[in-house]
Design a protein around this ligand. Structure first.
Ligand SMILES: *Cc1c(COP(=O)(O)O)cnc(C)c1O
Length: 486
């Protein structure tokens, strides 16, 4: 497919999208209403197109997109599950979309109730005592949680805890958020089994450590079986345990991070609790804490007293606001709708099926691709394209070729501890046929890699845009269309 012309290139002078009959009222001069200096002297450069041209232009553009509504999206770590349309419909109710955060509390009791109920449900799901819904994403939740941990230690007069321990398998946002809060990041080398190595942990724990950040199951999809021992070690050293809740899908309704010993957790509502996401949001990253950390939560928190919901600013030790107003409210509406529709049994099924699907795929895929930590996994697993290198093929080539078979590629080159990583998270919303079709495509591609590697290296060939020069795109980014670009 050639380059699609922009609406400006398609513009034809004199063409119009619509014509509205005259209202019959006399026309007033613009400068009667607007000071002259604000009136344009040149016409606005708008494309001139007919209505069907505009509709077709944007409809055709939208068809080039790939989304969960189009097909399978096994993007590891990102939990690209199908998002029930009922949540979308509910979130568009006028009572939700036509309110403003400056409205008096009495006039938005319903909205506050939704936030309060969501907090209550998240407490129950995670085993934490208090929640803030303010943060806008997982990374933002991490930043909020680490600020809370910092303030907790400082409030006790303990100023030497400047270090945060993070496994080498962690998501990049973990060290980034810690560093942004002024902590020094200390890397923990994973053990041979891909999990936390207790000896390594002990050797790095001391009175300068503020916290250990973990996700459980970790980014390899492996459950930290020694989590209670880990929690004891961390707490005995006077540090706190932070839970990156991006992988909550695997344990939903089954086990709680609060019971594992975590002091602070963030959740990614857009992942586990079903909001369409990708390309920057909108998301929500609520943070839950144990009782001893309540006073440090961002203000305001949503509370209930004497029969009414209200915004509680009375937390003198609060880290302050972490964003404007109260967070991405519509994402909260979808999350609550999701939790209520699923019910307790439904949420348990999410965990069961996401784990079952992942293990089914792991078993089948291990027959033709290497899986370095090939252990019973939770909701995702990581394969490696290392053995294809001898055919001159890299993981990125395999990922690009998957697009020719109509699939969104998995996450690649993460986590960093697996060479040529291929991280697959099927989620619970996919049928066995879909999983089988993907496995079959992947198997064919591995065969192609051996017999005709150029098929992979030239891929994708069936997508609207072919292989991009990613290095050049980074070095010489073109962020604006000027009309002269080729
Ligand atoms: C997605 C993810 C994050 C970051 O969450 P965002 O909502 O994208 O900011 C952190 N950790 C893990 C393991 C993740 O998968």
């Amino acid at each position: 497919m050639g380059r699609v012309r922009t609406v400006f290139e398609k513009s034809v002078d004199g063409r119009r999208g619509s014509s509205v009959p005259s209202s019959g009222f006399p026309k007033r001069d613009l400068d009667e209403m607007i000071p002259k200096k604000f009136i344009r002297s040149t016409p606005l450069n708008l494309p001139k197109l007919s209505e069907p041209e505009v509709v077709r232009h944007y409809t055709n553009l939208s068809r080039m997109n790939y989304s969960i509504d189009v097909g399978f999206y096994p993007l590891g770590s990102c939990t690209m599950k199908y998002n029930p349309k009922m949540n979308e419909i509910i979130s568009r109710f006028e009572g939700f979309t036509f309110i403003h955060p400056y409205q008096p509390e009495e006039s938005v009791q319903g909205a506050l109730r939704i936030m309060y109920e969501l907090q209550e449900k998240l407490k129950k799901i995670t085993g934490m005592d208090h929640f803030t819904l303010q943060p806008s994403a997982g990374a933002h939740g991490e930043f909020t949680g680490m600020l809370i941990i910092k303030k907790y230690h400082e409030d006790r007069g303990d100023f030497k805890r400047k270090k945060v321990l993070i496994p080498d398998s962690a998501h990049g946002t973990n060290p980034a958020s810690s560093a942004m809060c002024g902590f020094e990041v200390v890397e923990l080398k994973s053990g041979k089994d891909g999990r936390v190595d207790l000896a390594e942990l002990k050797s790095k724990l001391n009175d300068e450590v503020a916290a250990l950040m973990l996700t459980n199951p970790n980014t390899l999809g492996l459950y930290e079986k020694e989590i209670e021992k880990i929690a004891d070690l961390v707490h005995d050293a006077g540090a706190l345990l932070y839970y990156d809740g991006a992988n909550l899908n695997a344990i939903l309704g089954r086990i709680k991070p609060g019971d594992m010993g975590f002091d602070v957790v963030h959740l990614n509502l857009h992942k586990t609790f079903s909001t369409p996401h990708g390309m920057g949001g909108p998301g929500a990253g609520p943070v839950g804490v144990k009782e001893k950390l309540r006073d440090f939560l961002p203000v305001p928190i949503v509370d209930f007293k004497n029969g009414r919901f209200y915004l509680n600013y009375d937390l003198p030790k609060s880290i302050g606001r972490v964003r404007s107003f109260h967070g991405n409210f519509i994402v909260m509406v979808k999350a609550l709708a999701y939790v209520d529709f699923m019910g307790e049994e439904g949420l348990k099924k999410v965990a069961e099926l996401s784990v079952l699907n992942a293990n089914y795929m792991r078993k089948k895929i291990s027959e033709f691709l290497k899986i370095p930590y090939n252990d019973f996994c939770m909701h995702e697993f990581v394969a490696s394209g290392e053995e294809l290198k001898k055919y001159g093929v890299k993981t990125i080539d395999l990922a690009k070729r998957l697009m020719d078979y109509g699939f969104h590629p998995p996450t690649i080159y993460f986590p960093l501890i697996v060479h040529e990583a291929i991280m697959i998270e099927p989620t619970e919303t996919e049928t066995k046929e879909t999983l089988d079709n993907f496995i079959e495509a992947l198997k064919k591609i591995v065969e192609e890699a051996k017999s005709d590697p150029n098929l992979l290296k030239n891929a994708p060939t069936k997508t609207p845009v072919g292989r991009l020069d990613e290095v050049r795109a980074v070095r010489k980014p073109k962020l604006r269309w000027r009309g002269d670009d080729k």
